[in-house]
Design a protein around this ligand. Structure first.
Ligand code: CUA
Length: 196
């Protein structure tokens, strides 16, 4: 009678079964790879938020969506771009099915710009391609984003959260003007983007 090895691990395995030590070694390598990938991804998040002007989620400021039009910050007369005492610009926009109000906003180049948005109905999205501006616009909350545009140009701002049947047609425009040109603009022209 042939001797049987004491440990099950030492017995010859049928074809197609990977030995336990090979499995353990492979799993260890994958675990190390995953750990390195996780550390890289976490580092990217930390570094982009610290040095890439990433706008962190800040849905903590509440607002009453049903009475936006009746007064307060998002009343019609306050919408669009306002220049602040410190030289920065603040843009206030309401997102609603299926439009942004105002339809177009003009902002000065080379100036700190703060966007403040809220929704009058359902969740919308606000995105300026190739910038750090990208947020959900949630009813009941104010979404605030900080950015600055280095040169004049037009940005299309699509709604990128599915918000209903008209979602695909919900987009509008941010027009960046030279600082001096912006200062000369009539406040009403700034929310219509009239040619001049
Ligand atoms: Cu608003 Cu999609």
């Amino acid at each position: 009678m042939a001797d049987k090895p004491a440990s099950a691990l030492l017995r010859p395995l049928p074809d197609g079964i990977v030995p336990a030590e090979v499995v353990a070694r492979t799993e260890k390598r994958w675990l190390m790879l995953m750990t390195v990938m996780l550390i890289c991804m976490l580092a990217i998040i930390v570094l982009t938020s610290a040095f890439g002007h990433m706008n962190l989620t800040n849905d903590v400021e509440v607002v009453q969506p049903l009475t936006l039009h009746l007064g307060g910050e998002f009343a019609e007369s306050n919408l669009g771009t306002a220049l602040e005492m410190d030289g920065s610009a603040t843009v206030r926009i309401i997102a609603e099915q299926y439009d942004f109000v105002p339809r177009c906003v003009e902002v000065p180049a080379a100036t700190p710009v703060t966007f403040r948005l809220t929704s009058a109905d359902v969740i919308h999205g606000f995105l300026l391609p190739d910038t750090n501006v990208n947020t959900m616009v949630v009813p009941g909350f104010v979404a605030e984003l900080h950015t600055s545009f280095s040169r004049p140009g037009d940005y299309l701002m699509p709604c990128h959260e599915f918000c209903g049947l008209g979602h695909h047609g919900m987009w509008t425009q941010v027009r960046v003007l030279e600082k001096e040109r912006f200062a000369d603009r009539d406040p009403l022209a700034r929310i219509r983007c009239d040619r001049h």
